[in-house]
Design a protein. Structure first.
Length: 161
């Protein structure tokens, strides 16, 4: 099973890039294969953790603010971004990077080791609906990249005859 998870808040302009990519992948029929699961996790890190459980591959798409040029795309192995969650009085700060760390600890071998994170540099995360033009262009590139990754992982999963 392959889980593709879009993270972010579509009410905060470019922060909605992850959910936007997931909707575009659904429109292209990527989830028509029963071995592929698409999820718009919004800002729910726990949803990411539970969606990944039992999957062989996890692909996460989100916006970021690293100081790079808006629309820049980064592809990073999930192991590079896992972080231990620092407990607080709310789960609203339990993000997908915490979910990777916690999921590996809690679910062990049933948590994917093949994790790819695709990030798009946000231009703005101010209140508003819709992506800025440079982030929308980057999101289209991410849709193509995820579709290619899914095809590759599905081919790798087929038994050799």
């Amino acid at each position: 099973m392959i889980a593709v998870v879009g993270c972010g808040n579509p009410n905060r302009s470019d922060d909605g890039a992850g959910p936007d990519v997931v909707r575009a992948l659904a429109a292209r029929g990527v989830s028509e294969d029963s071995r592929v699961r698409l999820l718009d996790a919004g800002t729910d890190g726990m949803a990411v953790m539970f969606a990944a459980r039992g999957c062989r591959t996890l692909i996460i798409i989100d916006a970021c603010q690293s100081g790079s040029v808006p629309g820049a795309v980064f592809e990073i192995p999930g192991t590079e971004l896992e972080q231990r969650h620092q407990p607080s009085l709310t789960l609203h700060d339990f993000r997908w990077d915490h979910a990777l760390f916690a999921g590996r600890k809690i679910f062990g071998e049933t948590f994917p080791t093949d994790v790819t994170v695709l990030l798009i540099e946000a231009g703005t995360v101010a209140f508003g609906i819709g992506l800025s033009p440079c982030v929308a262009d980057a999101a289209e590139k991410i849709v193509d990249r995820v579709e290619a990754l899914v095809r590759l992982r599905l081919q790798e999963a087929r038994p050799v005859q």
